[in-house]
Design a protein around this ligand. Structure first.
Ligand SMILES: Cc1cc2nc3c(=O)[nH]c(=O)nc-3n(C[C@H](O)[C@H](O)[C@H](O)COP(=O)(O)OP(=O)(O)OC[C@H]3O[C@@H](n4cnc5c(N)ncnc54)[C@H](O)[C@@H]3O)c2cc1C
Length: 395
């Protein structure tokens, strides 16, 4: 079936799935979202949204809501690269976009998109896809709860470890370890920071502290290089204690906070790399297709932009996936690549792949470079990751 009656199943009710459902509904389709969790997951880590992510929210009529439930992005980040040294000031959001960015808790962002769409979109919580059998007229989808239903298109929006992606694409694991492991946790703002990000880098490791909207809480992180991904939480904590145990700055405070944190997330930094984001009637959107790595701070923007582009192409092709899917892939590839390229640069800065001597040299180079950016603006290649021509899509 094609046309506005095209039946679209979206697996995953995080950011990309509900955003795609919003756009499909707006173009006249009736999508269904199946979400494994029993309800929208609130809370979680802080996300920063800049550039095209802001534009995407504006086009969805959600920007004011996000601003109301979030806070401003820090105007800059200050990073110390030598014990007792003068911090570097890194360019903030204003350097990459004229529209101010925002900070919001991930769960709040997901909840707000859900609330914006729930009256028009069918959500099925507490269920997930277990098998997809394609045939000439569509796809029979089997669900965990035992039912099976017919759809024309299936979109995997179920995050970095997408099971729907494995079902449809099988084969090689597309998750690439980026060489660092990230621990991230919340703590009270006893440091009195105000809309700020501060950090300290040491050889092969570093930590950052950022404010949550409202400045009552902080998010601390430890990032360290290791030859292999560390998946086990206890091992992750042990390695952090060993790596940062003798460090100064706020490291001792963060180490204590990590042990008592009400929310913590431990994971290797990783990127999803795929040569194609579609297979037959199945397409990937958001982290399932192109997670850029949390350290880029761009995953949500990619998810929002990817969802808008995929829905636009499905609508332009009147539901015909043979036309829509190649157009989606071509339209989004450059933007994804630009964001993937950022990941290495950011971890190189915050957990430098360098010993003490080289770190000194880098500090001098960065100081000159960032000083020049404050006069000339960041080069266009750095802005590419933040800007997608969304105004070319139909509203
Ligand atoms: C620590 C950390 C910090 C981050 N910081 C930022 C930041 O500052 N800025 C930014 O833009 N991005 C940031 N990100 C990335 C951002 O959170 C993701 O890129 C974004 O959430 C992607 O949205 P998504 O909908 O594709 O995936 P997700 O948000 O992961 O949503 C996937 C959804 O699918 C559901 N699901 C999973 N499996 C199944 C299944 N089998 N069946 C049905 N449903 C399923 C999940 O429950 C979830 O609701 C960060 C990520 C992390 C981990």
């Amino acid at each position: 079936m094609t046309g506005r009656d095209t039946r679209v199943l979206i697996s995953g009710g995080g950011i990309a799935g509900p955003a795609l459902a919003y756009w499909l509904r707006r173009y006249g389709f009736r999508p269904t979202v199946v979400e494994r969790a029993s309800e929208v997951r609130t809370g979680g880590y802080r996300i920063q949204i800049e550039g095209s992510g802001i534009q995407a929210l504006q086009r969805m009529g959600l920007l004011e809501t996000f601003r109301r439930h979030g806070g401003p992005t820090p105007s800059s980040m200050r990073l110390t690269m030598r014990p007792g040294g003068r911090p570097l000031t890194l360019p903030g959001g204003a350097a990459v976009s004229t529209e101010p960015g925002l900070v919001i808790q991930r769960g709040t962002a997901a909840e707000r998109i859900y609330l914006h769409t729930k009256d028009d979109v069918e959500y099925r919580f507490g269920d997930s896809v277990t098998a997809i059998h394609e045939h000439p007229d569509g796809a029979t989808v089997h669900f965990e709860r035992g039912e099976s239903e017919e759809y024309d298109l299936v979109v995997a929006a179920d995050g970095i470890r997408s099971r729907t992606r494995s079902l449809a694409f099988g084969g090689v694991d597309p998750i690439h370890y980026l060489g660092t492991n990230l621990a991230l946790f919340t703590l009270d703002n006893t440091l009195g920071l105000h809309d700020q990000v501060i950090g300290h880098a040491w050889p092969r490791r570093g930590c950052l502290i950022a404010t949550f909207p409202g400045n009552t809480a902080l998010e601390g992180n430890f990032l360290f290089r290791a030859p292999n991904p560390v998946e086990d939480v206890d091992q992750h904590k042990r390695l952090i204690r060993g790596r940062f145990g003798a460090d100064g700055w706020h490291a001792p405070h963060l180490l204590r906070a990590m042990e008592e944190a009400p929310f913590a997330h431990f994971a290797p930094t990783a990127q999803v790399r795929m040569t194609s984001w579609t297979s037959g009637r199945v397409a990937l959107v958001g982290d399932a297709g192109y997670c850029p790595d949390p350290m880029t701070g761009q995953g949500t923007s990619l998810a929002l932009v990817g969802a808008a582009v995929l829905a636009h192409e499905i609508s332009a092709a009147n539901g015909n996936h043979r036309v829509a899917y190649p157009a989606y892939e071509a339209a989004i590839r450059g933007f994804v690549d630009a964001n993937h390229a950022m990941a290495g640069e950011i971890t190189r800065l915050t957990a430098p792949d360098a010993g003490p001597k080289e770190l000194r040299v880098r500090e001098v180079l960065y100081r000159g470079l960032f000083g020049a950016f404050s006069v000339t603006g960041v080069p266009p290649v750095a802005k590419a990751a933040y800007s997608y021509p969304l105004d070319k899509l139909s509203q």
